[in-house]
Design a protein around this ligand. Sequence first.
Ligand SMILES: Nc1nc2c(c(=O)[nH]1)N[C@H]1C(S)=C(S)[C@@H](COP(=O)(O)O)O[C@H]1N2
Ligand SMILES: [Mo]
Length: 407
Amino acid sequence: MSRPSMFLSRRAVLGSFLATVGGLPIDATASPEIQLPFRSNPRQRALTTAFPGKGSMILQRARPPLLETPLEVFDHSVLTPNDRFFVRWHWAVIPTEIDAAAFRLRVYGLVERALSLSLDEIARLPQVEIVAVNQCSGNSRGLFEPRVPGAQWAHGSMGNARWTGVRLKDILDRAGVRAGAAQVRFDGLDEPVVPGAPDFRKSLDIDHARTDEIMVAYAMNGDQLPLLNGFPLRLVVPGWYSTYWVKMLSDIEVLDQADEQFWMKTAYRVPDTLGGSVRPGETGYPTVPISRMVPRAFLTNVAPGDTVEAGSPLALRGIAFGGDCGVKAVTLSGDGGRTWLPARLGTDEGRYSFRRFEVVLPMPAVGELSLMVRCTNAQGVVQPLEPTWNPNGFMRGEVETLSVTAT
Ligand SMILES: Nc1nc2c(c(=O)[nH]1)N[C@H]1C(S)=C(S)[C@@H](COP(=O)(O)O)O[C@H]1N2
Ligand SMILES: [Mo]
């Protein structure tokens, strides 16, 4: 493993790119188009290669950047390459240049000693690594029926990386958390565009923050974090939706009570029901801050509308993840859910990682094939066959159906 200083000694620069791209018409940065698997949503999206450090990405929005990973990327490896990893920011004021030598991570609030840590000091703490899925709460929102407002993502606002960094706990211990701590709040260097708008900040309960798994990461897949994915530091909260994975992490504040600001109290809440699901139109239910992910599975070597050969074995591949724990099993149905075949699982990269799977569907008959893959996680949670829905388009977890034609 390379030394942390390798990742931290460099400067990350976007130049004036982010400042200028917002002023361009979107089609100036993008060309070929891609079809997303939507029913009641426009399907066409542009692909762009205009963003520094990023290869071909689905352009959902230019400013602030919302870039989606095309699903076929997940067919090539269990880890999502940094240059194809999705990007999402809430506010457009994002530093376009960060000087790693001048950067400081500040720790304050209910602590014995406030800290201002350089990247070198952070790099001297014990190094840890974890493979974990970073998935937007709104991943697959564009498939919600009825439609809901918000970024109309297909399935590509997620990615799986090997994260390297230090334990948040070790940083908190250096500061010395005082009795009475309730939550820890995280803030990054990005800022709202309009004065008075709420700065993006997220909080975790103190007990959760102090678990061994929560990481302040300085590397992703063995390289420094791309600026758009949070250079030089980001929080990694394995098993939890990425709204908590604060990028360009600059401030850690220990709070003596629950965080009442906008991004905890108003935004990113889900119905307090199984899988965060309610009936469309339902009102009056209690909500809670979104937290743990639910199991999901996707086919990656076929796309909706593909033609396959009837009467010969159909080899299918994909990725699954357990949500907040590992994958126990993946099953496939080629007949719309009547019968299910077990898939063979690939290498286990840890319980928070994608898990690849393979399964052969014997002899599909001529006609439309309704393919479904279903993950059961290590805690026995099975993806529901019924639609999941809530008005924010969060926590999609239902079994996905993909139709191909056998000829
Ligand atoms: N500083 C900062 N961190 C942030 C956000 C943000 O707007 N600002 N968005 C969060 C959300 S909602 C998502 S989905 C992830 C996206 O991570 P990525 O861009 O590295 O894929 O970043 C999270 N961390
Ligand atoms: Mo998100």
